[in-house]
Design a protein. Structure first.
Length: 261
């Protein structure tokens, strides 16, 4: 695993990151409370999460299921050892990497959010395997806006059908909740293209909400309110395309924890 940054390094990076987010929100005339920071802790040792938690961060993103399960246990043990009462508040874990069907049980048991549901089979397994004593698992549908074969995600043309099916499943089971959409655009320095991708995700969310709310066979308690988009290198473009009536999760790793070996 990559070593944790020192508390001083982490504080300095977090201050710079908060300033970037604040400046981007100001440029977009967007309230800062419309942007949430997801600290991507994948490949970093548990100490990195503990130090980030002590600086006030509470949401952590992981790509690899088994790494996250092991890390969660180590982090919670470390926080309890320094006197943190996890019955009041605890770190919340987001899966932001591809999810295979043979890993859904571990995700249903140990995660709070899943950003990468791209087919009904995965959503069904998560709903079936989520323990009824846990809070509903918060789910985003991953959309492959760039059409890259190397990337997971539902085709935009099929996103409405999948959203309707997952929303119906959530209503029936009560163990998952459909919250929004996620995308990972192609790696590019073309800012106009990035902004276009993020704007397309925002438009898709609005279109899905309109259709779900019109559906006569579905009770949608709340419209989709989340866009999961933007990383260390492109967060300004994502914030510029954010929806003022929802929340955008900015998934940031290297700008916070440092470069990965």
């Amino acid at each position: 695993m990559n070593p944790a940054p020192t508390p001083e390094e982490l504080r300095e990076r977090l201050d710079r990151l908060v300033a970037r987010i604040s400046e981007a929100c100001s440029a977009a005339s967007l309230s800062p409370d419309r942007v949430a920071l997801l600290a991507v802790s994948k490949t970093f040792e548990p100490t990195a999460v503990v130090r980030a938690w002590q600086l006030g961060l509470s949401h952590f993103g992981e790509n690899y299921v088994q790494e996250a399960v092991t890390k969660r246990e180590a982090v919670e043990q470390a926080l309890q050892a320094v006197g943190e009462d996890l019955s009041v508040a605890r770190p919340l874990w987001h899966l932001i990497g591809p999810l295979q069907s043979n890993k859904t049980q571990a995700v249903a048991d140990h995660f709070d959010w899943v950003h990468t549901v791209d087919r009904l089979k995965i959503a069904q397994r998560l709903a079936d395997q989520r323990h009824p004593g846990l809070e509903p698992l918060q789910v985003c549908l991953q959309v492959n806006l760039s059409g890259e074969a190397s990337k997971s995600g539902v085709d935009p043309a099929e996103a409405l059908e999948l959203a309707h099916a997952v929303a119906a499943l959530a209503e029936q089971s009560g163990r998952i909740q459909l919250r929004g959409l996620m995308t990972i655009p192609e790696a590019t320095e073309d800012g106009l293209l990035l902004r276009a991708r993020f704007n397309a995700l925002r438009a898709l969310k609005r279109a899905i909400n309109a259709e779900l709310l019109r559906s006569s066979d579905l009770i949608v308690p709340t419209p989709l309110d989340v866009l999961s988009m933007g990383m260390s290198s492109d967060l300004e473009h994502a914030i510029g395309a954010s929806d003022p009536d929802g929340v955008t999760w900015i998934r940031v790793g290297s700008a916070l924890f440092g470069a990965r070996a």
